[in-house]
Design a protein around this ligand. Structure first.
Ligand code: ZN
Length: 428
């Protein structure tokens, strides 16, 4: 094993990952003097060295106690679990452990250990196990999440999340992910496969819930933000994600808070703000739970959100009003054009009537010459360019006005021709 109890300091001592020959000899001498004990059975531990394993603590005569054997095996499983992680994982875990350990020293509510040591019987481990009062947490850091479609890793993480919950731990994840997929114009965050299931629900999320429950009563709420909501009737469930990365020389956590939307791929969530960075240590402050964010910033962000909501609402309704006004004006314009067209049409018919009257005059001048069917047809269709509909109208409306039906100059043949044209139109 890598750790032992330092009998004088009464503290757990870890052997460094690598050491010089001289350092190893020094550790060996200290161990022979009885400085290190097994934390479980309190037996004296000695230092051994192997090419592959490096240096490690061992019970004398290789008589390891049961507990230490179990923990050694758990550690092996945990090391396998860590194979995919980058060297950043090691550094970030060291900060995570130190920060919480410092708080545990002065806060008796907090119990803390590495996941594999606290729960060696499990098959998979959180990096850190912590208990605050009666509540257990499993904290994990996942590094090198590079692609939004890393579905194998997503599957593993989602499974682990369920597994930790089944074993009584509330999982908290710190995801090392350089880029978040944000659709700014739609106020949306596109989530990596696992993110929806591993997001956290903290006290701050509940405060956001309370505020948003009121705001989403406005049926146009999502339209104000141009967000294409996929839920039929939005249920307010605010969640948070914690992205971890190095910024210059310090490790920071980016707090992203979103409103959970549908559970259909690709997972998209309504982004509440652009998120903000806090030092890792600040995120790990323990009150009733691990804070993970800064309450003052959150309070400010909620106020800002309400202001933004009010501003967008005014803009939205102003735009809608302008659009309606524009539509009204266009309708008015169309109506006006239609009116003008009708007037023009009437003007044309009036002219036509006049022409007909003149034709009639000419006809009577020509000593009541009978007009033949063929001539009349030519007159109407080719010289005056009447459509069939207009010719019909002519017979039914204008002819009686001209007195063509009962004029003495109209011969029987004329009446016959008119009736024949009428019939022709119906047939055509
Ligand atoms: Zn032992």
């Amino acid at each position: 094993m890598r750790e032992a109890l330092h009998v004088i300091d009464n503290e757990i001592t870890s052997l460094p990952d690598s050491a010089t020959r001289e350092e190893i000899d020094n550790f060996k001498k200290l161990a022979e003097k009885g400085l290190f004990q097994c934390p479980y059975c309190k037996a004296k531990l000695i230092i051994k060295y192997g090419e592959e394993r490096g240096q490690y603590f061992s019970h004398q005569h290789s008589e390891a106690c049961e507990v230490s054997k179990k923990i050694d095996q758990a550690e092996k499983r945990y090391r396998k679990q860590l194979v995919r992680e980058t060297t950043n994982h090691h550094a970030m875990l060291a900060i995570l452990h130190d920060e919480l350990a410092n708080q545990a020293k002065i806060n008796s509510m907090i119990q803390l250990d590495y996941g594999y040591k606290a729960k060696p019987e499990l098959k998979e481990y959180p990096d850190i196990w912590m208990k605050i009062g009666e509540k257990e947490y499993g904290l994990s850091i996942v590094t090198s999440v590079t692609s939004a479609v890393d579905s194998k890793l997503a599957g593993q993480i989602t499974k682990r999340q369920r597994y930790f919950l089944e074993h009584g731990m509330e999982p908290i994840w710190f995801i090392e992910k350089e880029e978040q997929s944000i659709e700014i114009s739609k106020n949306a965050l596109v989530l990596w496969d696992a993110e929806l299931s591993i997001s956290s629900k903290t006290d701050e999320d509940k405060k956001w819930d309370a505020m948003l429950t009121e705001l989403v009563k406005d049926k146009d709420f999502f339209a104000y933000f141009n967000y294409p909501v996929s839920m039929d009737s939005p249920t307010v469930d605010v969640r948070s994600m914690y992205y971890i990365y190095s910024n210059e020389d310090r490790t920071v956590v980016k707090v992203m808070r979103f409103l959970k939307d549908g559970e259909v791929k690709p997972y998209r969530a309504f982004l509440l703000n652009e998120g903000y960075e806090i030092p890792f240590a600040d995120a790990l402050v323990v009150k009733n739970e691990i804070l993970l964010s800064q309450p003052k910033v959150e309070e400010e962000n909620r106020k800002e959100f309400i202001k933004k909501f009010q501003r967008l609402r005014i803009q939205f309704h102003e735009q809608r009003r302008m659009l309606e006004e524009q539509r009204r004006l266009e309708a008015q314009k169309r109506e006006q054009l239609m009116k003008e067209k009708i007037e023009l049409e009437q003007e044309r018919k009036k002219l036509l009537l006049q022409q007909m009257l003149e034709q009639k005059q000419q006809a009577s001048n020509h000593a009541a010459r009978n007009i033949s069917y063929g001539e009349l047809k030519t007159l109407l269709r080719e010289r005056i360019h009447l459509t069939q509909k207009e010719q019909m109208e002519l017979w039914t409306r204008f002819m009686p006005q001209l007195g063509l039906g009962n004029s003495s100059s109209v011969s029987d043949e004329e009446v016959f021709v008119m009736k024949k044209i009428d019939l022709d139109f119906f047939e055509e």
